[in-house]
Design a protein around this ligand. Sequence first.
Ligand code: FAD
Length: 390
Amino acid sequence: MLKWTHWDLPFFDASHAALARELDDWQQRQAALAPELEALPLPAQCRRLAAELGQAGLLRYAVPTLQGDARPVLDLRSACMVREALSYGSALADFVFSMQGIGAAPLWLHGSAALRQRFLDGCRQGQQIAAFALTQPEGGSDVAATATTATRRGDVYVLDGAKTYISNGGIADYYVIVARSEQVPGAKGLSAFLVDAGSPGLIIDTSLEIVAPHPLATLHLRHCEVPAAHLLGAPGDGFKVAMSVLDIFRSSVGAAAVGIARRALDETVARMGSRSLFGKPMAEMDTVRMRAADMALDMEAAALLVYRAAWLRDVRQATITREAAMAKLGGTEAAFRVVDSAVQLFGALGITQGCVIEQLFRDVRPMRIYEGASEIQKLIIGRKVLGAQR
Ligand SMILES: Cc1cc2nc3c(=O)[nH]c(=O)nc-3n(C[C@H](O)[C@H](O)[C@H](O)COP(=O)(O)OP(=O)(O)OC[C@H]3O[C@@H](n4cnc5c(N)ncnc54)[C@H](O)[C@@H]3O)c2cc1C
């Protein structure tokens, strides 16, 4: 179980100490639930996890509560804490939590009151499943080149094209889809739409399989009609919608990575204490101690990047594009190094199916690719760093 030890850091307040207790309860519940969940097919596991997280009240940290007409407020430090704790125990639980957040955010940030009322309570309770579809088959990193089109015809938009690697594809109740609606090249021509899962012309291919399985699909849009009232923000706001969501949730990818790194380090500490080689426990070998020091340093530095970004957003209400990119890049790259070190110290066992380290190795790898690959985060940071020099 993940133990919180850093409450005296200035990033946190009493509400976070209370959340830590909620997370302790959840981790115990999750351990008890695991055998039952593992017997279910993957889509059913995700739906069940969403319902359980909703019932435990944890999804309110991903999908904030509506407050009349005012836009709700998401406490990013809490969302990061939840992701760190969930990913420590189960990357799938973390995936479910994060997708509810990413799929719901375009609605509470940019959706009409009618759309917010229709979906957000259900998302927060884990009864409605959300998805966010940005990536094109021609290239996910180049969002401005989005080729899927949305053509206005009276009071509907007609969507044509394809989206791929869409998490929750096949189990979502709705998809937020970014498409080109305006006669303007690049990012300014994009708009975001909410598309109901049952819409005619939305064809979902769930045959994608990756190293860390979760529901994932390619969406084909063939003359798919979407009510104009399902536009999120104004026509041409699609890039802004997508970036506003990613700016919030990017830091939390770093938090999930820290949870994975923490688990890898804890498992390594236990293994190094019990495994003896050349007549002594591995924990007593200097080279192992040095590697453990590198792992701990990497992980703690990543945690500081994550909670700094979250604190700046929550408390200073700052724009955190640069800090969120650093949290995502620093967190996921550090976690990859930490898990890779754990694999090395575990030897053959570390790459054996059924060993938790092998699972962590598969869970951590995709994190350096999705929600902006590491190179994209570097470009964002570099632009900000050099911009600040002028
Ligand atoms: C597990 C998982 C879940 C996902 N879920 C979703 C989802 O729910 N919704 C969604 O819309 N998308 C999702 N994606 C897609 C993800 O966002 C894309 O994979 C990502 O944006 C990269 O796009 P790509 O795979 O097409 O790689 P490409 O854009 O083809 O890039 C390939 C590689 O090129 C390098 N690169 C790219 N651009 C540059 C550059 N400017 N300079 C230098 N190097 C560069 C990077 O190393 C990158 O990994 C998911 C992906 C994965 C793996």
